[in-house]
Design a protein around this ligand. Structure first.
Ligand code: TRP
Ligand code: SF4
Length: 328
């Protein structure tokens, strides 16, 4: 039997190259060897966006279009929307009963976001419970593996701790998942900071050829290079970080840059070409999908039903273990 994989992303609008190379391309590969469940974490979006919820449903569709055009395949994976599987909420509630507050209060992502995000009030019950909801997402499918980036490891550890606590109290029902740590290549935006929508420094999967050209042309490079003959330092250049991902001959370019034998304009031209050709298939698929929104909705509906079937099995076992009154 194939091992089971589960992962989710919050619907945050269109995806950029950081998402593609950080998570999505890995999700796509895993489809071949595992039984995969991938979902839009719209309830998790609410934990921070509860004050302005108007974009969440459109973002759900847009992100699904990005997923499918990049190669997530509904014939191979179950692709669904968290809020369409209310069993996640039921398990979340039960897990919240046994999760000690200090486990949540000491969570590094919680402390960091409270510090960093000043625009919204995150002193809510829902936001504190973010990792409990994530634990429910994972445990309800008895997932073997969860592909995540480094930033999510603390949530995975918490999930394992919650599973252990549940099992020791009520019997051995939940499975402790393994984190599958995704190797994330460095993917800076045009200002040299991490690529992120909130910095407006991204190349999006849905960008046209012209937009890719514009964004790459606007990248800062090694500030020591004024003339193409100046000695360059590719290791500090954000363009070179992308070269390493996209250009087969990046070692050659590295040498040329260090010797002052290639100008930044030319270097960027190679990169633009490669990014554009790697996005070409995605563009073709997107074209088909954008004209067929009914199909997207259908994928999410069918996926959510299938997910629900699996989630219901675990919930039934969990309720029996907790010994709540059962009408049946
Ligand atoms: N917290 C994850 C993120 O921000 C999203 C997420 C929600 C998730 N539920 C999950 C990831 C379950 C993996 C498994 O990236
Ligand atoms: Fe960066 Fe390329 Fe310019 Fe070197 S030549 S500084 S790697 S953009």
């Amino acid at each position: 039997m194939k091992k089971r994989i589960l992962s989710g992303m919050r619907p945050s609008g269109k995806l950029h190259l950081g998402h593609l190379y950080g998570a999505l391309s890995n999700w796509i590969k895993l489809q071949e060897d595992y039984e995969c469940f991938y979902f839009v974490a719209d309830w998790h979006a609410l934990t921070t966006e509860y004050g302005n919820t108007t974009k969440i449903s459109a973002d759900t569709i847009d992100m699904t279009i990005d997923w499918l055009s990049a190669g997530l395949d509904p014939a191979k994976s179950t692709i669904f929307v968290q809020s369409q599987v209310p069993e996640h909420a039921e398990l979340h509630l039960l897990l919240s009963m046994i999760t000690p507050l200090p486990w949540l209060e000491r969570c590094p992502t919680y402390k960091e976001q409270l510090r960093e995000i000043k625009m919204r009030d995150l002193h809510t019950y829902g936001f504190l419970g973010y990792p409990v909801l994530q634990a429910a997402d994972i445990l309800i499918y008895k997932a073997d593996g969860v592909p995540v980036g480094e930033d999510q490891l603390s949530h995975l550890e918490l999930t394992r701790e919650i599973a252990r606590r549940f099992n020791s109290m009520y019997g051995n029902i939940l499975k402790e998942p393994q984190a599958i740590l995704t190797k994330v290549p460095k993917m800076p935006g045009n200002d040299g900071r991490k690529m992120s929508k909130s910095y407006s420094n991204c190349v999006f999967l849905s960008d046209s050829r012209e937009n890719v050209q514009k964004t790459i042309s606007s990248y800062i490079t090694d500030p020591a290079r004024i003339h193409p003959t100046d000695i360059g330092h590719p290791e500090i250049c954000p363009v070179f970080a992308l070269n390493k991902v996209f250009l087969k001959n990046n070692a050659e370019i590295e040498t040329l840059c260090k010797e002052g034998k290639i100008g930044c304009v030319k270097c960027k031209k190679y990169l633009i070409q490669e990014i554009n050709s790697s996005l070409e298939n995605i563009r073709i698929e997107r074209e088909k999908l954008c004209n067929n929104r009914d199909y997207i909705v259908d994928v999410l509906k069918k996926g959510s039903l299938k997910a629900r079937e699996e989630a219901s099995k675990t919930i039934a076992e969990v309720k029996e273990a907790v010994k709540l009154w059962n009408m049946a």
